[in-house]
Design a protein around this ligand. Structure first.
Ligand SMILES: *[C@@H]1O[C@H](CO)[C@@H](O)[C@H](O)[C@H]1NC(C)=O
Length: 457
């Protein structure tokens, strides 16, 4: 199949799986007359399960996705989406929705396969196009979903249950599409391509290390050995994290992502609580999420084209510190305010600024890594983010911990960003101070300049 056709099909898959108009109304649906759950049950019992499930699924899915060469994982993703929406449409009671969150955690974890599949199918020269297209497909799917969801609700054409049926149809189509896709012949960890000189070198080196040097594979593709793969991954991660700046930026990336995930997960509950009873029928969740998606895409694009040298010492750190302190104010006000419009506006701003910050961090991480290593580091960083998020969820949100109400939660997330902001600020000061005049050394340390860099939104 021609690579352009394949790219189109995979992007269509991405669009369909993200086209879920019900997404912005999940809390409203669960607490509405269809399921009759209370906000406390949704907030302190059901939603926390997603975080735990995501954390537990992440590592096995990351390894299995590579071991089975991605395509089966796309099928699994589609199937799990269907399972999630079947429960959402048919089941009743807290326990059923806890189980749904376990499925949804699996869905989130399998997203890795979507991004990796095309890289394994298409030759490296189309790397940049593929990266932007797969990301754009996801964003367009979400944007279209939020927009249609909002229009259908605002014009009283559909209720939340019917929106969920549209989502179900869309993810089912995605599943069918995934089944028809071919499996690539190689992957990043367990199935090397032998004719790639670079990888071959790493591979031989690894073989020497673990005593496989005598085995000369004649086939084009290495025989998959789980142990060999794990060792290879471990080595790659150790090499990637031996760069101090990768460690530092990964740490920021994980902390900021964790805060953002928490806000995104619980924002609907906050709106559910502060929406006046007589306006429950006309909420604007979809519109706000659509605007947020659009603003974030624009700010990320602008950041990519701005003629600024981001490796200037202290610059990125200062921007991130400012944004974090700003987010502290935003989230604290959101936690205290009972005005839904203030909350909508602040949330849009929060999202746009977060995406700007995270793109900066991503650029800083990616600039010294190859595409493969970037994938491994990204997986590890996500794991770190989920560990922090799990700790935060157990202590603050879950019924077994403090189990605070959603408004207090947002105030706490504000404090969380405040702490990160102060750390950034301290680092920024140190960097500027240390690099007073000899600033060129650090920025010249970029190696692998010719490597394609991921263009992350
Ligand atoms: C939810 O509560 C409403 C009002 O009390 C009731 O009419 C409806 O049948 C209930 N739905 C379910 C699924 O229990």
């Amino acid at each position: 199949m021609h690579w352009k056709v394949l790219t189109f099909l995979v992007c269509l898959y991405g669009f369909l799986k993200e086209y879920r108009p019900s997404e912005a109304y999940l809390s409203a649906y669960l607490t509405g007359p269809w399921k009759n759950l209370t906000v406390e049950e949704v907030d302190n019992e059901i939603y926390p399960i997603w975080t735990y499930a995501y954390l537990l699924w992440l590592v096995p899915v990351f390894l299995l996705a590579d071991f089975f060469r991605y395509q089966p994982m796309l099928v699994l993703e589609g199937a799990t989406y269907i399972a999630t929406w079947s429960i959402l449409l048919c089941a009743q009671g807290v326990l059923a929705f806890k189980f749904m969150e376990i499925c949804y955690g699996l869905v989130s974890a399998t997203e890795i396969a979507y991004y990796s599949y095309l890289f394994a199918m298409v030759s490296n020269e189309h790397y940049k196009i593929i990266t932007s297209f797969t990301r754009a497909a996801i964003l367009m799917g979400r944007f279209a979903a939020y927009l249609t969801g909002q229009l259908l609700v605002s014009f009283n054409l559909m209720d939340y249950k019917q929106l969920n049926i549209i989502s179900m149809v869309s993810v089912s189509l995605a599943f069918i599409l995934a089944v028809t896709l071919r499996r690539p012949s190689h992957s990043d960890i367990f199935h090397f391509k032998n004719h790639d000189k670079n990888k071959d070198a790493t591979n031989k080196e690894l073989d020497n290390n673990i005593g496989f040097s005598a085995i000369q594979e004649s086939s084009n593709v290495e025989k998959p050995t789980f142990k060999r793969g794990i060792l290879f991954l471990w080595k790659e991660l150790k090499t990637a994290y031996s760069d101090k700046s990768v460690i530092a930026w990964s740490f920021w990336w994980a902390c900021a992502s964790c805060g953002h995930l928490q806000v995104q997960n619980y924002i609907q509950n906050l709106w559910e609580v502060i929406t006046p009873e007589d306006q429950k029928g006309t909420i604007y969740n979809g519109a706000v999420e659509a605007v947020g998606t659009l603003l974030s895409s624009i700010s990320v694009l602008v950041l990519g084209f701005l003629p600024v040298n981001w490796s200037r010492p202290g610059l990125s750190e200062t921007i991130m510190a400012i944004v974090c302190v700003f987010n502290t104010a935003v989230l604290t006000v959101m936690g205290q305010s009972t005005n839904i419009w203030v909350s909508y506006a602040l949330y849009s701003v929060f999202r746009a600024t977060y995406h700007t910050v995270i793109t900066l961090a991503t650029l800083q991480i990616a600039k010294s890594l190859t595409r493969q290593r970037y994938g491994f580091v990204f997986g590890a960083n996500m794991f770190m983010a989920l560990v922090v998020e799990t700790i935060l969820t157990v202590i603050v949100v879950d019924k077994v911990g403090l189990g605070v109400d959603v408004q207090t939660q947002f105030t706490i997330y504000g404090g969380y960003f405040g702490v990160i902001g102060c750390l950034f600020l301290a680092v920024a000061f140190c960097t500027v101070y240390k690099n007073g005049c000899s600033c060129r050394v650090a920025s010249d340390k970029i190696y692998n300049v010719s490597d394609p860099k991921p263009n992350i939104a």
